[in-house]
Design a protein around this ligand. Structure first.
Ligand SMILES: CCCCCCCCCCCCCCCC(=O)SCCNC(=O)CCNC(=O)[C@H](O)C(C)(C)COP(=O)(O)OP(=O)(O)OC[C@H]1O[C@@H](n2cnc3c(N)ncnc32)[C@H](O)[C@@H]1OP(=O)(O)O
Length: 153
C-alpha cells in the first residue's frame, strides 16, 4: 500500500517530519484504512525526554503534526471522490492548531502507533482526532485543526 506522503508532489516533499525528499527528516509514512489513518514510528534513542527511557515531547508532537496533516489530506481527497496522485491540483493542508495531551510517559525503543480519525471537514478546515500508543497503551492524544492551504495570488 502506498503511503499518503508518497503522493506529495516533489515541491512539497521537504517537510522535516514526513517529506520523502528531506534526507535528514523522519520520513513518517501514514496510511488510510477505512475510517482511520495510521503510521508507525520508532524514535531513535537520541530523542530522549527529560528522564531516561522516555520520548521527548516535541518529537511526539511532531509525529502528531505530520500524521494529522497527512490524514486531513487523505480524508479530503476521499470526501471529494478523488484519488491521491490523480494529477489534479493537490489538496494540501497545513497545521492551524495542534493541542497535545501527554497522558503517560512514552517509552523509547518501542514502535509507536499514531492514529487519526476525522472529526469534521467543513470548508477548508479539517478537525482530526489523534492518538499515539505504545504497546497498546495510549500515551498521547491530540486534536488538530488543519487548514487547506490556498496560495494567494
Ligand atoms: C496527498 C496528496 C497531495 C497532498 C499534497 C500535500 C503536500 C503536503 C506537504 C507537507 C505537509 C506537511 C505539513 C506538516 C505540518 C506542518 O508543519 S504545517 C507548518 C506549520 N503551519 C503553518 O505554517 C501554518 C501557518 N498559518 C497559515 O499559513 C495560515 O494562518 C492558515 C493556517 C493557512 C490560515 O490562514 P488563511 O488561509 O488566511 O485562512 P483563514 O481564512 O484565516 O481561515 C480558514 C479557516 O480556518 C480556520 N483557522 C485558521 N487558523 C486556525 C487556527 N489556528 N485554529 C483554528 N482554526 C483556524 C479559520 O477560523 C477559518 O475557519 P472558517 O471560518 O472557515 O470556519
Amino acid at each position: 500500500m502506498q503511503a499518503i506522503q508518497d503522493h506529495y508532489p516533489a515541491e512539497f516533499s521537504h517537510c522535516y517530519g514526513c517529506g520523502p525528499a528531506n534526507p535528514h527528516g523522519f520520513h513518517l509514512k501514514s496510511y488510510i484504512d477505512g475510517e482511520r489513518t495510521h503510521a508507525r514510528f520508532t524514535p531513535a534513542s537520541m530523542y530522549s525526554g527529560g528522564y531516561p527511557g522516555n520520548v521527548y515531547g516535541g518529537m511526539l508532537a511532531s509525529l502528531l503534526d505530520c500524521h494529522g496533516t497527512a490524514s486531513a489530506a487523505a480524508f479530503a481527497y476521499r470526501a471529494q471522490s478523488r484519488v491521491m496522485g490523480d494529477g489534479g491540483p493537490p489538496i494540501r493542508f497545513v497545521t492551524g492548531s495542534l493541542k497535545v495531551d501527554y497522558r503517560r510517559p512514552t517509552p523509547l525503543g518501542v514502535e509507536l502507533l499514531i492514529e487519526g480519525t476525522l472529526c469534521s471537514l467543513e470548508g477548508r478546515k479539517a478537525v482530526i482526532d489523534l492518538t499515539l500508543s505504545a504497546g497498546g497503551e495510549v500515551c498521547v492524544t491530540g486534536v488538530m485543526v488543519a487548514v487547506q492551504f490556498v496560495a494567494k495570488a
